[in-house]
Ligand binder design. Structure first.
Ligand code: AMP
Ligand code: ZN
Length: 464
């Protein structure tokens, strides 16, 4: 069966054909590390995790690169306010990012390059664009000249007719109304403090969009298979990436563009600037596990908005319990007779699961198939019509699915989750936030985990 994606570039459904047989190269825009990620960001990262896992399930060897944006206006402001270097300012948020993706079971990409380690690669692109007449300089600032790139606007489907030639925008983030020549490189400004690089194109720092062109092409080649992000990345970020990359190489940049819809709260995009956000830590602190958050973020189709509510989280917890109870009860099942029905159910389920995910990652459809399967197998069990061999086939099938879903509570997952919660409790105690420390202890005891303070530190055991 063939895998179909809805390509944001063509706005069509297209069969996925990799450039190199059996291999997929994909680039995913990563976090801006000036704060903790919020669960909206995690929704997009979860979609990318599903994409990655399903490609692997289909037998592809995946090379995924996710950048860390460790320089932009907000980061410079934060570092300057705290009088620390950029690296010192971003390091704790980079660590927190990895802790958070681990807590929700997002698999690691092959690479996480940081923007500040790739300044030279960005300078080379600016020079190439200058040489090709696609960029110009004003007082040490370098701008991309969008009138020189005829295809500008093709991703975001912009109407370029009313464009004012020569209008410029220096900000990294702006609306469609301000389609203009955009900054590739910003000349040093005193408000940047000691954040600058002395380069062949002068003293300054890169604009935001340039890093993703530089790092994607460095690690994946000038032309690669898939590029993803949240829908807010489509314009201007991805439009500008295309302009920079195709403008400097003269080649096609990306074959398939996939964009995740937003996680919203009361009808609005969850974002730091609106202040309507929850970090993962906020949610875990309320007693939900990383896997419950995973299930919630995973279970709505990536091209549909996901409205965040605590009722939704409770629903995810219920589904997660049903799924895991099914696995553990099946493991304990001693086996009965076979009436031949199980084979048909297994075949139907396996085909259905793939058919759904092949259809532009229709995860809600795939989960529907999984829960039908759970109901059917439970019925056979109750009727005594499931043999030991059939039980084992059913278990191995759900584990094959779980390589994509990642929602089985494994002993190992439990351990790392508990360790992470204990570490958060210790940190809370250290900073004298005893209310949070107690909440985490209660949350653990709700999970059947008892803590014991010993001279060697905190130990935990499972309640029997
Ligand atoms: P940022 O750290 O703002 O650069 O965002 C990291 C990723 O999260 C990008 O792919 C964004 O498109 C995505 N993103 C930001 N806000 C949301 C949201 N509310 N829902 C889903 N994805 C988001
Ligand atoms: Zn990017």
């Amino acid at each position: 069966m063939s895998l179909v994606f809805r390509n944001s570039m063509t706005r069509e459904r297209e069969e996925f054909v990799p450039m190199e047989a059996g291999k997929v190269r994909m680039y995913t825009c990563g976090p801006t590390v000036y704060n903790f990620v919020h669960i909206g960001n995690l929704r997009t990262f979860m979609f990318e995790d599903l994409l990655r896992r399903y490609l692997k399930y289909k037998g592809y060897q995946v090379t995924q690169v996710m950048n860390l944006t460790d320089i932009d206006d907000k980061i410079i402001k934060g570092a300057t306010a705290q009088k620390v270097s950029l690296k010192e300012f971003t390091a704790p948020y980079i660590k927190a990012f990895f802790d958070d993706i681990d807590a929700v079971g997002i698999e690691r990409a092959e690479r996480y390059p940081a923007a500040t380690d790739h300044i030279q690669e960005m300078v080379v692109i600016v020079k190439d664009l200058m040489a090709r007449g696609m960029a110009y300089e004003v007082d040490g600032n370098y701008y991309f000249k969008i009138s020189a790139f005829r295809e500008y606007g093709k991703l975001a489907n912009l109407d370029m007719d009313g464009l004012k030639a020569g209008a410029r925008v220096a900000a990294d983030e702006y609306e469609k109304e301000s389609v203009s020549d955009f900054a590739l490189w910003k000349a040093y400004d005193e408000k940047d403090g000691d954040v600058f690089w002395e380069t062949e194109i002068g003293k300054g720092r890169p604009g935001w969009h340039l890093e993703c062109s530089a790092m994607s092409m460095k690690y994946l080649g000038r032309h690669f298979d898939i590029h993803t992000g949240g829908v807010d990345n489509m314009f201007p970020h991805h439009e500008n990436e295309i302009a920079q990359s195709e403008g400097s190489t003269g080649e096609k940049f990306v074959n398939y563009w996939l964009h995740a819809e937003h996680l919203i709260v009361e009808g609005k995009k969850m974002s730091k600037s609106l202040g309507n956000y929850f970090t993962l830590r906020d949610i875990l602190g309320k007693g939900y596990s990383g896997l419950v958050v995973r299930y919630l973020l995973l279970s709505t189709h990536y091209r549909q908005q996901l409205n965040f509510t605590f009722e939704g989280l409770d629903g995810a917890r219920g589904a997660l319990e049903r799924y895991n109870d099914f696995i553990s009860n099946l493991e304990d099942f001693a086996g009965g007779n076979s009436n031949g029905e199980a084979a048909a159910i297994l075949k139907r389920t396996s085909d259905g699961f793939e058919e759904m995910l092949d259809d532009d990652l229709n995860i809600s459809g795939a989960l529907g198939i999984v829960f039908d399967f759970i109901r059917d197998i439970n019925r056979l069990k109750a009727e005594g019509n499931l043999s030991v061999a059939e039980r084992d086939s059913a278990l191995s099938m759900i584990r094959r699915f779980d390589a994509v879903l990642g929602v089985e509570v494994k002993k190992q997952t439990l351990e790392s989750e508990v360790e992470a919660m204990i570490a958060r409790r210790q940190a809370a105690r250290k900073s004298r936030d005893f209310a949070l420390a107690d909440r985490i202890r209660d949350q653990l005891s709700g999970m059947g985990i008892l803590l014991e303070d010993t001279p060697q530190g905190v130990k935990w055991k499972k309640q029997v």
